[in-house]
Design a protein around this ligand. Structure first.
Ligand SMILES: [Mg+2]
Length: 310
């Protein structure tokens, strides 16, 4: 299984691009247009959304020399001001990045009550950095979340999302993820990674959705909207749970997993980008149709970041 980091970065962008046209569409309209499997054909000139743009921002910040908060601030503000930031960006990200650009310290720029999925839809690159030990991965995942989304659940969900990718790159199977992540909820509950922001309550909310996910996965797949049983994914812990739900219903067909993740009443692009990041980390670049890599927006950046961590 080669090129897992590259596969994960491209998988994220593929899911995002497939989900973009249907993000704000309801399930019946999506299956009427694409069938029950959802969209699985990548457009010739496939555009991504803010999810991939922000994951690239995190990725470049991780590769930059020097102070991590400064590097994240630089790349978040660069994204904020980019003319290409016109893909229905999340409110919390925009507000926090405006405050970062104004020069406020990140602790004051952070939107304390927000646990929108904007912090974990962009965190998967953190899980790809092989030179990090577990503590560094956990700290960086939570810190990059706290800079915009200050709710403790946003921090915990971001750590878990990064660890999902990390576990897969280290050789775990997709099926092992719910158990591994639940174990992490329990072991990390009292660990304060980011002073004043991390809290056991965040882990408890994540544990609840993961326990529900395990129960759902123990039943037969109804073939319908994955959001109906694990949540619409606009909030952090649901984005993780529902992305895992879609990914694990199609463990041997990564393109089908993306289509399934898109065919939802919920936050299709964010759910699908995480499902894509998970499948890519599990199976590597060869799991995706080869011609897609020539169609996807930001392909050069995705390839460079992937190569840096493969
Ligand atoms: Mg988006």
């Amino acid at each position: 299984m080669g090129m897992r980091a590259t596969g994960s970065m491209f998988g994220l962008a593929y899911g995002d691009a497939l989900g973009k046209p249907v993000e704000f569409k309801k399930y019946p309209a999506i299956v009427a247009a694409f069938g029950p499997g959802g969209p699985t054909e990548l457009h010739k000139k496939a555009q991504v959304t803010d999810d991939t743009q922000m994951a690239l921002a995190v990725g470049w910040a991780l590769l930059s020399e020097g102070d991590l908060v400064q590097n994240l601030t630089t790349h978040f503000v660069k994204w904020l001001k980019s003319p290409d930031n016109n893909r229905a960006p999340g409110n919390t990200c925009m507000r926090a990045c405006l405050k970062l650009d104004y020069g406020l310290p990140w602790e004051q720029a952070s939107i304390r009550g927000s646990k929108g999925c904007g912090a974990n839809m962009r965190v998967t690159p953190v899980g790809l950095v092989k030179t990090y030990d577990d503590d560094t991965t956990a700290y960086v995942a939570q810190l990059q979340a706290a800079m915009t989304h200050g709710h403790p659940t946003a921090l915990a969900a971001s750590e878990l999302t990064a660890f999902a990718v990390r576990f897969l790159v280290q050789g775990a199977t997709l099926h092992e993820l719910p158990g591994l992540l639940l174990e992490r909820c329990r072991s990390q509950r009292q660990v304060m990674r980011v002073d004043g922001f991390s809290s056991p309550a965040g882990w408890d909310e994540c544990r609840e959705v993961l326990e529900n996910l395990q129960a759902v996965l123990s039943t037969k797949d109804d073939g319908g909207d994955v959001c109906a049983r694990t949540g619409e994914g606009w909030i952090a812990e649901e984005a993780l749970a529902t992305a895992l739900h879609a990914a694990l219903r199609h463990p041997d067909d990564s393109v089908a997993a993306l289509g399934r993740a898109c065919a939802t009443n919920g936050d299709s692009d964010s759910i699908a980008c995480l499902a894509g990041a998970f499948h890519g980390a599990a199976y590597g670049m060869t799991v995706w149709p080869a011609e897609w890599s020539k169609r996807i927006e930001y392909r050069d950046q995705l390839a460079k970041l992937g190569a840096a961590w493969d």
